[in-house]
Write a protein that binds this ligand. Structure first.
Ligand code: Q9C
Ligand code: ZN
Length: 340
């Protein structure tokens, strides 16, 4: 299938994250995309460059305040004489004001971020916007008649909400792909999120919408990131009530438990009568992942791909997580290989 990819992802690198009380190099590194690129080239997929879009397209799923913050954050940081990577150190939790954005860069960063694990470096905006354009392009290819297309996005996107960023994610690429398909006339779009972590950003963006079904299979937030969203009792609100489906699973889940949840997820997609499918494709469900705790082996990914492909829907696959760097390419290629 067509793979949309930009080398600009490499501009986002060298950032630090707070991990077990230490600042460590981000698990979300450029080599991830290199391994995926090499495995997909080896498998014979065709690479295309992203089309160019105006940043205004981001306002279909994000608040202007977040977009402006991300676009200007590093320059503001540098203007204060700082370098390296940016991380927040205070957040507007319960009991604090959320109705105003502090004027200074540190307060503004805490306002828009929801964790201390998502560094902003000089090239973060350029890389994230390039990834957004990859997802938009993949959506347009599918709207124009491709059976499936894959956006090799880096950094990932599904944790980025309408007005906040975190979980290594700055802009929500899968949500942008969904919105593009809607804007191209597809009436109902299903978004299936198979990343190990709950897609809190995507859920937030589509929470009150009945034209987008959001279904996520993930490690239970009782013990797993992002902790504060992704429970089974979250089902959408207003017109969107019943159009969010969360299938949290315990640490240690292997293929049997996972496959059962996948069947439930895909039955919901069938019942929704979607005109197209977007997949938030994280492969951090792999048993060797350093920050996750499911037990899927490499042989599971072609089976996941086969079940997704069997829906028979025009499909946009968008890269999310996966941190077992040396195996990430094989696992992604395993899923894509099912779309013949
Ligand atoms: N320092 C995705 O897979 N960090 N994001 C956990 C480790 C958050 C994962 C704490 C993990 C986010 C797209
Ligand atoms: Zn993840």
């Amino acid at each position: 299938m067509k793979v949309v990819h930009s080398p600009l992802h490499r501009r986002h690198q060298g950032g630090l994250e707070l991990h077990r009380a230490e600042l460590v190099p981000s698990f979300e590194c450029p080599e991830r995309a290199d391994y995926i690129r090499d495995a997909l080239a080896e498998a014979g997929h065709a690479f295309v460059e992203p089309r160019r879009y105006d940043p205004g397209v981001l306002l279909g799923v994000h608040e202007a305040g977040l977009v402006d913050f991300l676009r200007t954050a590093y320059a503001r940081w540098q203007a204060e004489g700082r370098g390296g990577s940016m991380l927040p150190s205070g957040f507007p939790a319960r009991g604090l004001r959320r109705d105003r954005v502090p004027e200074g860069i540190n307060g503004a960063m805490g306002y828009y971020a929801f964790d201390a694990g998502s560094p902003i470096v000089e090239g973060t905006w350029e890389a994230a916007f390039a990834a957004a354009q990859c997802a938009l392009t993949a959506a347009e290819l599918v709207a124009e008649g491709e059976r499936a297309a894959y956006a090799l996005c880096r950094p990932p996107g599904h944790h980025a909400a309408r007005g906040s960023y975190g979980g290594y994610c700055y802009l929500n690429h899968a949500a942008l792909a969904v919105q593009r398909l809607r804007d191209r006339g597809i009436g109902r779009v299903a978004l299936v999120d198979v990343d190990y972590h709950h897609g809190n950003g995507s859920q937030d963006i589509f929470w009150e919408r009945s034209d987008v079904l959001f279904v996520s299979i993930h490690g239970t937030p009782d013990t797993e990131y992002p902790y504060f969203l992704g429970y089974a009792d979250e089902r959408g609100a207003g017109a969107g009530e019943g159009f969010t489906l969360n299938l949290p699973l315990p640490r240690g889940t292997g293929w049997d438990g996972y496959a059962q949840a996948l069947d439930v997820a895909l039955q919901a997609v069938s019942d929704f009568d979607a005109g197209a499918l977007v997949v938030s494709l994280g492969v951090d469900t792999y048993e060797g992942d350093p920050i996750s705790a499911f037990r899927l082996d490499a042989g599971c990914f072609p089976m996941i791909g086969a079940r997704l492909a069997a829906l028979g829907l025009p499909t946009v696959l968008v890269q999310e997580g996966g941190y077992a760097v040396a195996e990430i390419g094989t696992n992604v290629a395993g899923v894509l290989g099912a779309f013949k």
